[in-house]
Ligand binder design. Structure first.
Ligand code: ADP
Ligand code: NA
Length: 327
């Protein structure tokens, strides 16, 4: 039988965070044997913020090297730059014409981002979810592994697909969303009520997969906790809860095992151990990353092959779309 399709991506807006790693990339890898997986570097999405063109090109290559360093196998997955498959933009326009202003107006990410970037509230920022729907629907995707923050966009993608199929006949597979049970929303170490994000302005809130040991340990030690003085996994202690979540995801110890291990111990103890666990996880990734970044011709081979494979699949869907809407 034909393998089911997975699509997901991340924006080349900087180095991947521990949140991206636990909420998304780690799961992507777990699917590579059983699904037909497409993992994109969604460069077009990043044009919604102003980039320095030279740095941007490098950020795109860097993210590709980060994907590979995190263990995504290019022989098992299709890894490509979104902009190399022009069908993404073509379908995005068509979906824009089948998406209501009211739907886009309800998107909390648009509200958050336009509040953050008042000087650049562009149309792309507003229609971002239609491009994201195009990314997914273009490949007849069955499953989309993402963090919690993408749930609302994914529900909109489903609504758009269902409406399109009703209006123009069966065209798109309706995608399901996959979020991990734990780690779907890793919080900022400085503001545990806010998600950890690569675009966070407070660098101490975010652990990056390329942070060296000293820097990482410093950030971990500064992590905001509380005055309770007990290491418990509960909503009243969001900072501690977040640390336990990260700990559990990286060691596969259960929450209870961690609570027992640190019974009667202080936050400092937990933080130092956790810094070591995170460092050990990222060390091999950092070594692999350096090697990939030294081999630009290899990276070029990966993204060129990825684009060809993705274009083939995308064009199959676009033929159907164009025919069904009378183009
Ligand atoms: P960012 O907000 O860090 O720029 P992206 O928009 O590039 O991240 O998202 C890449 C993937 O990582 C998405 O699937 C997203 O849901 C996931 N993700 C982002 N931040 C977190 C987080 N703090 N915890 C868990 N998953 C996250
Ligand atoms: Na995001």
């Amino acid at each position: 039988t034909k393998k089911k399709v997975i699509f997901s991506g991340a924006q080349p807006t900087g180095v991947l965070t521990l949140g991206n790693y636990l909420g998304a990339i780690q799961n992507w890898k777990s699917f590579e044997d059983t699904y037909n997986c497409l993992y994109s570097i969604v460069d077009l999405h990043s044009l919604t913020v102003r980039n320095n063109p030279k740095e941007f090109k490098n950020a795109c290559l860097s993210l590709l090297a980060q994907y590979l360093a995190c263990g995504l196998n290019p022989d098992k997955n299709t890894i490509f730059f979104q902009s190399h498959v022009p069908q993404h933009s073509e379908l995005a326009w068509i979906l824009n014409c089948n998406t209501y202003m009211g739907e886009l107006n309800r998107m909390t990410q648009f509200k958050d981002k336009s509040a953050q970037h008042k000087d650049n509230i562009n149309a792309g920022l507003f229609t971002y979810p239609a491009l994201q729907a195009a990314d997914i629907l273009l490949y007849q995707t069955n499953l989309v592994p993402v963090g919690q923050d993408q749930k609302q966009h994914l529900e909109l993608a489903r609504d758009i697909a269902i409406r399109f199929n009703n209006n123009y006949g069966e065209t798109f597979t309706i995608p399901e969303i996959y979020t991990p049970k734990m780690g779907a929303k890793i919080m900022s170490l400085q503001q545990p009520e806010q998600k950890m994000s690569k675009s966070d302005e407070n660098p101490n809130g975010t652990i990056l997969i390329l942070d060296e040991e000293k820097r990482l340990t410093k950030k971990m030690k500064k992590a905001v906790t509380d005055n309770e003085g007990v290491i418990r996994y509960r909503d009243e202690q969001p900072g501690v809860k977040n640390l336990i979540t990260i700990y559990s995801k990286l060691t596969e110890l259960s929450v209870e095992e961690i609570e027992n291990k640190y019974d009667g111990k202080g936050y400092g103890h937990l933080k130092v151990d956790l810094a070591e666990i995170v460092t050990d996880t990222f060390r091999p990734i950092q070594e692999a990353y350096a090697n990939y970044m030294d081999d630009l011709s290899y990276l070029e081979k990966i993204y060129t092959e990825g684009a060809l494979k993705a274009q083939d699949l995308a064009e199959d869907t676009m033929k159907k779309v164009r025919k069904n809407i009378g183009l």
